[in-house]
Design a protein around this ligand. Structure first.
Ligand code: UD2
Length: 307
């Protein structure tokens, strides 16, 4: 069995690649290294890596013909709401057009695949008050990023139904863990907190810290992705989260305890378009056998150990 992972040198992608290699699959990675890093890929001698952009349609078509993957995990994305607001056309070309082009090519050429998994985001839910978010909760995508993710989900599912393709979508909540790049102000807050605690840097807290998030350790995310693959599920959407709501203040307090050091905090106004509360219902995943192995404290301890 062979798996193609786009974005396989990125944060979540590289953890997925490790897992797929351990499961005995042949793994092919496409990554343009815009956020990813080849050092993230542990078993480079066992993985075929193409440093390429998923927007290079000709290249991607040739790759599919030559490699003929059974499983396709589409993780390549500009994973930033703020970027999508600043550069909507460019982020659209990655977050939607590249995925659409691949699906269309698979349809036109009848390429046999076992699963096409698209990674979407909790961003699709926007700021509506219903909590916890279920996969069939109302959506309210507010940014180009969220609109691209939601619209692409719909393409992926419609292609699945209309052309009998084995497609599935996941919505990541706030994923954290080793290899998450802290270099941009829009990087995951836990990668920034780790960097600040480790290097005695000042942390900018946007808002009063009462905003909540559902943080899920990357190993649990990989567990979820693999369960979805093994279950041969089709035409479904799954939340991938921990199922617990924690405020940023509580997270900071827990992380300070874990790290045994205190954070220097500078307060700043809340970010525009910020989601106030976020937590997932993970019942659908649990039905597939998902059990969260990492509480926030355990995940933070493990993350801190390696930092
Ligand atoms: C997450 C996703 C984003 C999108 C969005 C949908 C990540 C990294 N981002 O954004 O891609 O799917 O959910 O709603 O998972 N914060 C600070 N200081 C900092 C950085 C962040 O106070 O230096 C705050 C930030 O204002 C927010 C919280 O920490 O309230 C989490 O921020 P984040 O960027 O990690 O994730 P989020 O939920 O905004």
């Amino acid at each position: 069995m062979k798996a193609l992972v786009t974005g396989g040198a990125g944060f979540i992608g590289s953890h997925l690649v490790d897992h797929l290699v351990a499961e005995g699959l042949d793994v092919v990675v496409v990554d343009n290294l815009s956020m990813g890093d080849l050092h993230n890929v542990k078993h480079q001698d066992e993985v075929t890596i193409y440093v390429e952009d998923v927007r290079n349609e000709k290249f991607m078509q040739q790759l599919l013909q030559e490699e003929r993957p059974d499983y396709i995990y589409f993780l390549a994305a500009v994973a930033s709401v703020a970027d999508s607001i600043e550069r909507p056309a460019e982020t659209h070309s990655v977050n939607q057009t590249a995925v659409f082009n691949m699906l269309e090519y698979i349809r036109r050429t009848n390429l046999p695949i076992k699963q096409f998994l698209f990674t979407s985001s909790a961003a699709v839910y926007g700021n509506l008050p219903e909590l916890p978010k279920k996969e069939d909760s109302r959506v309210d995508p507010l940014s180009p990023y969220a609109i691209d993710k939601y619209a692409t989900e719909r393409f992926v599912l419609a292609y699945g139904e209309l052309y009998d393709l084995p497609t599935v979508c996941v919505r990541f909540f706030n994923v954290y863990g080793p290899s998450q790049n802290p270099s941009s102000p829009y990087s995951g807050v836990l990668s920034i907190l780790t960097d600040c605690l480790n290097n005695k840097k000042q942390f900018t807290l946007y808002g009063d810290g009462s905003q909540t998030r559902d943080f899920v350790y990357v190993e649990d995310v990989i567990q979820a992705l693999w369960l979805i693959t093994k279950s041969d599920t089709e035409h479904e959407v799954f939340n991938i989260a921990n199922g617990n709501e924690a405020s940023l203040n509580a997270i900071i307090e827990t992380y300070e305890k874990v790290a045994g050091t205190s954070l220097q905090i500078k307060k700043a106004p809340g970010r525009e378009g910020e989601v106030k509360r976020s937590v997932a219902n993970i019942g659908k995943l649990i039905k597939l056998g998902y059990t969260t192995k990492w509480s926030l404290e355990a995940g933070l301890s493990k993350y801190w150990e390696g930092a």
